[in-house]
Design a protein around this ligand. Structure first.
Ligand code: DGJ
Length: 605
């Protein structure tokens, strides 16, 4: 994300001598906090936009000890028995922290959103410090001026002379008043992603988390909706939607204790990720996006879709091309004649783009199945004697655009890349690597800048040599299977640094290639998240293309993601994943509810 371009009205508000109600509004939502110098900031209100009279009639803030409504509770000094958002070990071993306000203020912001579009809004900054230690935490709330979304995140700076350890670093916390509150969340697995779960919140702790390392949306999803007026309704009732925007391991918890609130916390999963901050270093957490709607689940969804299309999805203002992807049509059986035929066929059906999936590469080790070649991104000239040039020529002849599949974060034990760079893979120190897909797949360690350079180069080489390539399908089919970086000194930084590396690469690609369409795919819908979407145009929803099961997956996905991001393909019957036969009309209708495409061998239709 580009830096803030300029700030208007930069002056921080004068410090209030006593507690102040601070409000931040979007067109239809208001957030109110109580803030005062020397105190812990407290939650007051989040919901429908308040009129001036409503705001004035909110109870006056007091410094009373209602510590349960602290908006960013830190562990150890005043909070030990309840859940906290932040915990650390100071350099002297002290495990307690207290975060008291030093100053706060609201500024107007006019900057570039992560998808490259300009955005405007108001930024509330609350600067906090521990009274005993030079530990600084800034809490931010950014309210958009034109969409009902408030994003919240923090940054943490170590001012101590020695390194400190962060052991918990959630992005945000939100108390939600009790009283027949329900939650919608989305659980899944490979080929059955985003299955909606709807349940009443009860006493106890609900934890939704991911520890895959790479694909954080295959099983549980990090986005949740809270219905405040009883069982969720499609078009009525008050709903809060919350989406953590992260590409890596995450943690979302909702704690219901003996008080009058449910407490929502979301952020990077701290398990096995203790983070060491050196003197003067700053750690920034990912954002959580909040919306509120009085129009039920659909209202909250519409707010997310509007925000996403404007600020979080690449090129969402552009019409998408109808495409044919080769995977379910020919799998690894790639050859020049076959590709040419598929291009002609998709053109004859009114399509605009042909995407060659897995199986096109490998020199010393040809990619004929999933056991070899990842990392060797050179054309297999036994299959494609005229190379990508020949394919681009055929695409032009057939009047369609051309796209290509890659899986740049991976390698196989059988590959020239692994022979050359065994030190680039993720593996536990002194242990044999655990291998994934095909019994040979390994993950490259993106915390290593050399690996970042290589992964950037995979895309850069393709697009520099072949600027006519219009579409890239970026796949990722393995998790972190044993813990270890051959590059990092601090092993517990692996998960966090991997994702910093991934985002660095994505940013570089988008700076150089803002217009190429890029699909985010990870064994199906494993990377449907707002951490990555700003750098991608769409994501693959699932490897299961059965139209009936797709209705449930696409419906679950649509709670937070707009249709333009949901790649949906007409496929053959009986379906390759579940062997069901459905009508062509039904398959077309389901595929047309997302970004329409096909994944079929047209000549067999
Ligand atoms: C997993 C993807 O989800 C599929 O669509 C396909 O691209 C395969 N990988 C190729 O290996």
């Amino acid at each position: 994300m580009k830096k803030i371009l300029f700030m208007l009205c930069c002056a921080l508000l004068p410090l209030a001598a006593s507690a102040e109600k601070v409000q931040l509004s979007t067109p239809n939502n208001t957030l109110v906090l109580d803030v005062w110098k020397g105190g812990e900031p407290k939650f007051v209100y989040y919901g429908a936009k308040l009129s001036a009279d409503d705001f004035a009639s909110l109870p006056a803030p007091t410094n009373a000890n209602w510590s349960h409504l602290d908006i960013y509770p830190a562990y150890g000094a005043t909070h030990t028995m309840s859940e906290t958002a932040f915990a650390m070990r100071h350099a002297d071993g002290n495990m307690s922290t207290q975060l008291l306000v030093e100053e706060y203020g609201i500024t107007s912001v006019d900057e570039q959103a992560p998808n490259g579009k300009p955005r405007k809004g108001s930024l509330l900054t609350i600067k906090m410090k521990d009274p005993l230690y030079p530990t600084y935490v800034n809490l931010y709330y950014f309210a958009y001026s034109d969409v009902d979304m408030i994003e919240c995140w923090t940054d943490i700076t170590n001012g101590e002379k020695k390194t400190v350890a962060l052991t918990q670093f959630y992005s945000s916390c939100m108390p939600i008043r009790r009283g027949n509150v329900w939650i919608n969340h989305f659980h899944g697995s490979w080929a059955a992603e985003a299955q909606m779960v709807e349940e009443e919140l009860n006493n106890g702790l609900l934890r939704i988390k991911n520890k895959d390392g790479l694909r954080n949306a295959t099983t549980d999803r990090q986005e949740v909706m809270f219905s405040l007026d009883g069982k969720p309704q499609e078009n009525t009732g008050s709903v809060i939607g919350a989406a953590l925007m992260y590409s890596g391991n995450y943690d979302v918890i909702v704690d219901t204790d003996d008080t009058e609130y449910h407490y929502y916390f979301a952020g990077i999963n701290p398990d096995n990720s203790e983070y060491y901050l050196k003197r003067g270093e700053t750690f920034t957490t990912p954002r959580v996006a909040y919306t509120f709607s009085k129009e039920g689940l659909s209202g909250a969804s519409r707010n997310f879709h509007r925000w996403a299309r404007r600020y979080q999805v690449r090129n969402a203002d552009r019409e998408r091309m109808i495409l044919l992807n080769s995977w379910e049509g020919v799998y690894f059986d790639i050859n020049q004649k076959g590709m040419d035929q598929m291009m002609a066929d998709i053109k004859s059906m009114g399509g605009e783009l042909f995407v060659m999936d897995d199986g096109w590469f490998g020199d010393k080790y040809p990619r004929n199945k999933d056991t070899s070649s990842l990392g060797d991104w050179v054309v297999d000239t036994r299959k494609l004697p005229e190379g990508i040039e020949g394919l681009l020529r055929d695409a032009k002849k057939n009047g369609v655009k051309f796209g290509i599949w890659i899986e740049p974060e991976m390698t196989n034990t059988t590959s020239e890349l692994y022979e050359k760079h065994p030190e680039w893979i993720i593996k536990a120190p002194q242990r044999e690597p655990v291998k994934g897909r095909g019994g040979t797949q390994l993950v490259l360690d993106l915390s290593n800048p050399e690996v970042q350079e290589f992964v950037f180069g995979v895309v850069d080489n393709l697009l520099t040599k072949h600027p006519e390539i219009a579409y890239i399908k970026w796949d990722a089919n393995a998790p972190v299977m044993n813990h270890g970086s051959q590059y990092l000194k601090e092993q517990s930084h692996l998960y966090i640094k991997y994702h910093e590396g991934l985002i660095n690469v994505c940013k570089r690609i988008r700076e150089k290639y803002p217009d190429v369409v890029i699909q985010d795919c990870a064994s199906g819908g494993g990377r449907a998240n707002y951490g990555l979407l700003p750098y991608f145009d769409e994501f693959w929803v699932s490897d299961n293309t059965d139209a009936l099961q797709r209705i449930y997956m696409q419906w679950g996905t649509s709670f937070f993601f707009p249709a333009i991001t949901i790649a949906s393909h007409i496929s053959a019957v009986p379906n390759h994943a579940v062997f069901r036969t459905t009508s062509m009309k039904f398959r077309c209708d389901v595929a047309m509810s997302g970004r329409l495409g096909m994944e079929i061998q047209p000549k067999n239709m």
